[in-house]
Ligand binder design. Structure first.
Ligand code: ZN
Ligand code: ZN
Length: 650
């Protein structure tokens, strides 16, 4: 019996090996027949090598290669080296040894070495091999260049990449090679030269789906969706991958409406979808927060065989989407319906609960998760810590924070510290929060100081507020919200001198402020957009009337405009006018116009909701008997019967 490892499992493979062992038939054999036999042997060895999965097997096959007189056969040895590379055998060990024994390596064997070094590094060794090959007078093949381009792209080494490009021109004959063109394009794109990538694309005499898709993805990555869509329009053979690149590209560039449009078109032309497409469109829908689309996408996912019970990736994305669309209950239904759950599904649900202020549910789910094999990750802890914060569970939060590294090997990041500062700050332990920041092993980021400043607003502590604000002014020089917060804190404490100084800065910076924008999703799924002070909506005058009437009713209930929410030196009338134009108020008035009594109103907002609007929403939920849900850039606010789920802390 021959000594091949039992891991080469199939009977077929054993019979191959046995046939290699059979001595050649004696007597006379014509030369052509010998050649044929040799070719056959080479192919057998290559095919056996192809199935090898461990080093010992490859070494055994190498033994056979040598004993069969093929120790100089570059074709077979190139395959052997490629297999060694695949299982990560270091290039300068066995592969080098094999290569060194060949007197005249052919271009494929050279390329196997170049490719091996390209994959494992160092890149310089890969280039060295190329130089040696050229010095020996061996001409490269297209795989040589594609390996080098891939390596330069991975190492982001543009200089070398350009030199390799120059080589393809110098040697000639590669201008029309599709494989070389595609990897060259990819190299330029990876190195950040999109224009050069485009030039390569334009000059390619032949292009395939990969060439087109690579460039579309590159445009999307650079945020140039206009060029991506122009290119896509001109692409004659749009396949699922190209469509997905468009959907995902728009989603990643914060253009959820367009992402959904492309997904819709994809459906219209009968294009199939896979998990990648679905995750892209689900994330777009989560950004938009539109429930109607959420249900539509879920249906499609289920029909394509990627529903929550089949795909844990899609299921987890759906949980996140429903949470962000303001429907934590629907998210939980998805979670419950999943056959398989992983850390992402649990984490999405925990974060979803936390986002909606359902602290106890989040913690309960966390403890359920710990009973399984699944271990929490960084994001899970963000979820549970912020859940503790919302639910005012200070002691639990402290314990979890203390245990996360020790028991779960998750080292606290600045985001976790921000959660803890929020938790302590909310509970009024401002000194403890400040002390925690001072003991941080890394530099605190704006989120950490922002949480502390927010807490100072609630508990009225201008001293600590000033410390936090000073840090924030440095970290976020354009963050006007910090100046407004500090100014309001100082105003409450009667520090008028500071207030007037701050107002001056706010006025100067105010011109650069991102305009406030809110979206309202109507019953048929249509989305209306409102900018602050916007009068361009077709029903603008009705909206203004409806808002005036609502505010009149609220005034009767004791509402007074919170003029300190307007950080400019203006007359009170002017301040009132600005407050009335806040985009979420316009969206609310419009929602009241076009929904029925008893309907829940959901509004999305791009910035943090101001105190005046928050008050108006609270009061409106009581006066109109409506449930109002607002998603601002920080969290969800569920307004119901005069109170908000955030407990007036956000
Ligand atoms: Zn407002
Ligand atoms: Zn709230």
């Amino acid at each position: 019996m021959i000594g091949l490892s039992r891991n080469l499992s199939t009977v077929a493979k054993h019979s191959y090996i046995r046939s290699l062992q059979t001595p050649a038939t004696p007597n006379f054999i014509p030369f052509s027949q010998l050649q044929q036999q040799r070719k056959l042997l080479e192919w057998r060895l290559i095919s056996i090598l192809h199935d090898c999965t461990v080093f010992s097997q490859i070494k055994q096959v190498h033994g056979h290669i040598v004993s069969n007189g093929l120790s100089q056969c570059s074709y077979v040895l190139a395959k052997l080296i490629r297999m060694l590379t695949r299982i990560d055998v270091p290039m300068d060990s066995y592969p080098c040894l094999v290569f060194g024994q060949v007197n005249y390596p052919n271009p494929f064997l050279w390329t196997a070495m170049i490719r091996g070094y390209a994959l494992q590094g160092p890149l310089s060794e890969s280039i060295n091999m190329y130089t040696r090959m050229r010095r020996d007078g061996v001409s490269p093949v297209s795989f040589t260049f594609s390996a080098l381009f891939k390596a330069c792209g991975a190492a982001l080494n543009l200089d070398l990449g350009k030199q390799v490009h120059a080589q393809t021109i110098l040697i000639g004959g590669f201008a029309s090679d599709l494989y070389v063109g595609n990897t060259m394009l990819d190299m330029y794109v990876k190195c950040g030269l999109l224009g050069c990538g485009r030039k390569v694309f334009d000059e390619m005499s032949e292009r395939d789906v990969i060439s087109w898709t690579q460039l579309i993805v590159a445009y999307a990555k650079f945020g140039d969706m206009e060029s991506a869509s122009d290119l896509f329009d001109g692409f004659p053979l749009k396949d699922m991958v190209a469509w997905t690149a468009m959907v995902t590209g728009y989603a990643q560039n914060a253009k959820p409406k367009e992402a959904l449009e492309y997904f819709q078109k994809m459906q219209d032309v009968g294009m199939e979808t896979d998990e990648v497409t679905l995750v892209g469109v689900i994330s777009a829908c989560a950004q938009l927060g539109a429930v109607k689309y959420a249900n539509w996408i879920r249906d499609i996912a289920e029909r394509s065989g990627f529903g929550p019970s089949e795909s844990v990736v899609v299921g987890s994305a759906l949980i996140d989407m429903y949470s962000k669309c303001g429907s934590p209950d629907e998210a939980y239904k998805v979670f419950e319906g999943m056959k398989e759950r992983n850390v992402f599904s649990y984490t999405s649900m925990i974060v979803g609960y936390a986002m909606h202020g359902r602290g106890p549910s989040a913690l309960q789910l966390f403890h359920e998760m710990l009973k399984t094999e699944i271990r929490p990750n960084e994001v899970t802890f963000i979820g549970v810590l912020s859940a503790c914060s919302h639910a005012g569970l200070v002691e639990q939060g402290r314990q979890l924070f203390a245990r996360m590294e020790k028991f779960f090997c998750v080292a606290p990041s600045p985001d976790h510290y921000a959660c803890m500062v929020d938790l302590l700050g909310r509970a009024g332990c401002l000194d403890e929060a400040l002390e925690l920041i001072e003991t941080m092993p890394m530099e605190p980021h704006a989120g950490v100081w922002g949480a502390l400043l927010g807490a100072c607003r609630i508990h009225g502590n201008p001293g600590i507020a000033q410390i936090a604000a000073n840090q924030l002014f440095e970290l976020e020089p354009d963050g006007i919200g910090n100046y407004i917060l500090l100014s309001n804190i100082c105003a409450s404490a009667g520090r008028w001198e500071e207030v007037s100084k701050l107002r001056k800065v706010i006025r100067e910076k105010g011109s650069k402020k991102t305009p406030g924008c809110s979206w309202f999703e109507g019953k048929k799924g249509e989305i209306d957009e409102f900018f602050a002070g916007d009068t361009t909506h077709p029903r603008s005058s009705e909206i203004t009337q409806a808002l005036k009437q609502l505010l009149k009713r609220l005034r009767a209930h004791g509402y007074k405009p919170n003029l300190s929410s307007v950080p400019y030196d203006l007359s009170d009338d002017e301040k009132e006018r600005i407050l009335m134009g806040h985009s979420e108020k316009l969206a609310l008035a419009y929602a009241l116009l076009c929904t029925d009594a008893g309907d829940t109103i959901k509004i999305m907002k791009n910035l943090r909701i101001c105190e005046d609007c928050h008050y108006v929403m609270c009061a409106a939920s009581e006066v109109t008997g409506r449930e109002i849900i607002i998603r601002d850039n920080m969290r969800f606010h569920h307004f119901h019967n005069g109170t908000c789920s955030c407990g007036n802390f956000w």
